[in-house]
Design a protein around this ligand. Structure first.
Ligand code: PLP
Length: 389
């Protein structure tokens, strides 16, 4: 079987060698990190080292990192009316979400449906800041959730500007940085984020580890999602996933150390891919190209007349893994809520294909992708000519 090209890094990334090493080493630690004996302390040491590495990726204090089992769980933990700060103990009555959030944020955590407001994005796919300001103006203690970069489009959101608006209104802002971390700078102070979510498997760690990071120690959850033990300072009960967390730390350290070089590598390849795609099919739409700041690794494109599921299967048969921009976790292709929020027409929404690159993607992967695309589009145009004749 010929070598496949994996171009679906926004779905999940392969584990980094550093993370595999840390994971394997942790497997031979037998202790429970809560035990006081030497074995327990050795396991605890792995977790605390990882906490420092994960904190460093986002410029936070290690003590403010809460390890969870996924980015989804971190989002669930964050989005609750019961968030206290040193000078505000009253519950937050309303949650404001951008219309393009990931499903794990759109579910609204522990807010009731009626307590959630959706904020529109501009046609360029970025949050409408004027709409944000107007929406929260008359809400005491608003909680706002805005992703740093979108998983389908790769568009980077105006988080620092939004945070300034939210703070001026006396609110808190949660930032889902799952797709952005390791690809663009994610410093919590520069972003103005009060809470920030990460997922290990998107940055080269193992699946099954995530983190919610608080900007300050006084941000407290009196009713954590998972209760019953004192782990994670009482914010997430349950014996820790020691290998997953150790690998998360190693991946975070590598992602931070190599971020700029990897970003330059990915954006070079991404530009080649888009140039080749548009040369082969000049009528294709590459969403956001030259118009908005995007993650360096993500291309979302569509060509009228080609359905996303047809394209994804055709690429797969040619040995190229990409995804439908609108695929949900059940694998079904559904209209994209992200493109719908941007006002993109139905046929282009249903045709959107996402290509996402990573640190070890190669020029060969891009060539293979372009070869498969040319084969697919010329087969379809021959078929159409045949039908017309
Ligand atoms: N947030 C965003 C933007 C994502 O893309 C994802 C996963 O695709 C998640 C959250 C959920 O992360 P996890 O897979 O760790 O639950």
């Amino acid at each position: 079987m010929s070598v496949r090209s994996y171009l679906d890094w926004n779905a999940t990334a392969p584990m980094r060698e550093e993370a595999k090493g840390a994971f394997a080493a942790a497997l031979s630690r037998i202790g429970n990190p809560s035990s006081v004996h030497a074995e327990g302390r050795a396991a605890r040491a792995l977790i605390e080292a990882a906490r420092e590495q994960v904190a460093a990726l986002v410029g936070a204090q290690p003590g403010n990192v809460v390890f969870t089992a996924s980015g989804t769980e971190a989002n669930m933990l964050a989005l609750t009316p019961a968030i206290e700060t040193a000078d505000e103990k009253r519950p937050r009555s309303r949650l404001f979400l951008s219309a393009i959030e990931h499903a794990s944020v759109r579910a609204g955590g522990r807010f009731s449906r009626e307590a959630i407001d959706e904020l529109p994005v501009c046609p360029d796919g970025r949050l409408d800041l004027a709409a944000l300001a107007a929406a929260i103006a008359n809400t005491p203690r608003p909680l706002v959730s805005l992703m740093l970069a979108n998983n389908e489009t790769g568009f980077v959101q105006p988080v620092a500007e939004a945070a300034a608006i939210v703070h001026a209104a006396g609110g808190l802002i949660h930032v889902d940085a799952v797709q952005a971390a390791g690809r663009i700078p994610c410093d919590m102070t520069a972003l103005g984020a009060d809470l920030l979510t990460l997922s290990a498997h998107k940055i080269g760690g193992a699946k099954g580890a995530g983190a919610l990071i608080r900007a300050r120690e006084d941000i407290h959850f009196p009713q954590p999602l998972v209760r019953g033990g004192g782990q994670e300072r009482g914010l997430r009960a349950g014996t820790e996933n020691v290998p997953g967390i150790a690998a998360f730390g190693a991946a975070a350290a590598a992602a931070l150390a190599h971020r700029d070089g990897e970003a330059a590598h990915m954006s070079r390849l991404r530009n080649q891919l888009e140039a080749g795609l548009l040369a082969a099919t000049p009528h294709a739409t590459v969403f956001g190209r030259d118009a908005v700041e995007r993650l360096p690794n993500t291309t979302l494109f569509a060509l009228a007349g080609i359905k996303a599921e047809t394209a994804v299967i055709a690429f797969d048969l040619e040995g190229v893994a990409v995804s439908s921009g609108a695929a949900c976790s059940s694998g079904k292709v559904q209209p994209s809520h992200v493109l719908a929020a941007m006002g993109v027409s139905g046929p282009l929404q249903r045709g959107a294909v996402r290509v996402s690159l990573g640190w070890n993607s190669t020029a060969g992967d891009v060539e293979k992708f372009l070869g498969a695309w040319t084969k697919l589009t010329s087969a379809l145009s021959k078929e159409r000519r045949g039908i017309a004749a």
